[in-house]
Design a protein around this ligand. Structure first.
Ligand code: GLA
Length: 432
């Protein structure tokens, strides 16, 4: 599975590196994403004095359209991107799980970039319990623990080293990439031949149980199954996935709003709880029976919402309904090359996230407005969980450089890049 990584045609412009490092403590992004595996291997050798045996290599993602739909049975169309996380691993016999990261992000202060704990003490309560200080290590150790529970990994002892080009807190799925890459590294150590289709579910379980975040499964799915061919349209009620290519001449540009979305776990959990009770209210109102809440959304109509007349529940359900419809229409337009329609769907989606679902923030709104006014841009929206993080804009290929420059300078975005569709999880066995 060792495949060469394409060099992204438009890596971050050199002048944005100092901004990144100054304002957020992020490391400059490498132009060649394949470097992350070498960095993880070097870190492993320096830390543990031996060479790793396997590597899991997973991308970040930008969600092009369809947010806050995955846990409600709607649709989304995310895309894996060229920024990647590598986790290298080796089994030991000391009964410990030891993990080290090179991340220079503000979440990982110097002095706390390594973590070690006995396998027997690794439980969800030890990482996500009520009085536990949250640690970045929960994502990697939780993923390894879920791989072990499934029988994919022997619990004799484990060493892991992490390197990443995905900025933390940017809404580009650094967490899911870490979980998926860790499970990939465990798969590389396994004597079994585990199926890749189970990776997203295990990674999501790790995030729920060990990081304490009740996320949907979109990020773990795209980080595992992403493809250089384009986006994946996912229907979360049925689990069906469809590859969607982007017509030639169009490009996606990602720009950070300047607001980190690190501390949003509580707001996210709140939205998730609210949509579940909103769906129950609407379902009760229709008098019809639905097998599960995840299947309800595809059977609820706009008329049901008018009838429900519930000022809190209606906008939330209306968002999931509209967003899922926009996602499906967008996928047709983007592959047909109807840029004007595709862009309009993206901008409409942003309005729904802002007004109905209320997960945007003034900085995201301002960045979307700024992007939409640029020549060559067809539409833009916030991407991911919201409350900060990035926007994504659809633009003409030939306008891409000017759009990136304008977002960096006039838009004052600390992180701007053209998103290149990329391979999902890769697992490699390394030469000892
Ligand atoms: C986060 C979650 C996903 C999804 C998005 C919003 O990224 O991890 O499951 O809910 O927010 O679309």
């Amino acid at each position: 599975m060792d495949q060469p990584h394409p060099t992204p045609p438009s890596p971050l412009a050199p002048q944005s590196h100092s901004l990144l490092t100054d304002r957020f403590g992020w490391r400059p992004l490498a132009a060649d994403a394949g470097h992350v595996r070498e960095r993880a291997t070097d870190l492993f050798v320096r830390t543990f004095g031996t060479r790793p045996i396997s590597c899991g290599h997973a991308p970040g993602r930008v969600n092009i359209i369809g947010d806050h739909t995955d846990y409600a049975g709607g649709s989304a169309a995310p895309m894996a991107i060229q920024l990647r996380t590598a986790v290298v691993a080796k089994l030991t016999n000391d009964g410990m799980v030891s993990v080290v990261t090179e991340w220079a992000g503000h979440e990982v202060p110097a002095g706390s970039r390594s973590y070690s704990r006995a396998w027997k003490d690794i439980t969800p309560a030890a990482f996500a319990g009520p009085n536990v200080t949250k640690t970045w290590a929960a994502y990697a150790i939780g993923a390894a623990a879920c791989a072990a529970q499934t029988g994919w990994l022997r619990k004799c002892g484990l060493q892991l080293a992490i390197a990443s080009d995905i900025p933390v807190g940017a809404g580009l799925s650094s967490s899911a990439a870490l979980e998926v890459a860790t499970i990939g590294a465990c798969v590389g150590l396994s004597k079994l031949n585990p199926t890749i289709s189970r990776v997203p579910e295990l990674a999501q379980r790790a995030e729920h149980l060990y990081a304490g975040v009740p996320c949907g499964i979109m990020d773990q799915l795209i980080c595992t199954l992403g493809s250089p061919g384009g986006l994946i349209l996912i229907n979360f009620a049925t689990g069906k996935k469809l590859d969607v290519s982007v017509a030639p001449g169009l490009a996606f540009v990602v720009a950070h709003s300047g607001v980190s979305h690190n501390l949003v776990a509580t707001a996210y959990a709140d939205r998730r709880a609210k949509i579940e009770s909103a769906l129950q209210i609407i379902c009760r109102g229709t008098g019809r029976k639905y097998p599960t809440l995840m299947q309800a959304i595809s059977r609820i109509s706009d008329v049901d919402l008018v009838d429900a007349d519930d000022p809190e529940a209606v906008p939330l359900v209306a968002h999931v309904l509209a967003e899922s419809r926009l996602t499906r229409d967008f996928c047709v337009s983007i592959s047909d090359g109807d840029a004007a329609a595709a862009g309009a769907y993206m901008t409409e989606s942003h309005e729904s996230l802002k007004k109905d679902y209320k997960v945007s923030c003034p900085e995201l709104d301002a960045m979307v407005e700024f992007a939409c006014a640029l020549p060559g841009v067809h539409g833009a929206r916030m991407s991911g969980g919201g409350f900060g993080g990035c926007i994504v804009a659809l633009c003409d290929d030939e306008a891409c450089g000017a759009v990136e420059h304008a977002l960096r300078t006039g838009g004052r975005s600390p992180l701007v890049f053209r998103a290149v569709p990329s391979e999902g999880l890769e697992v490699e066995t390394l030469n000892a």
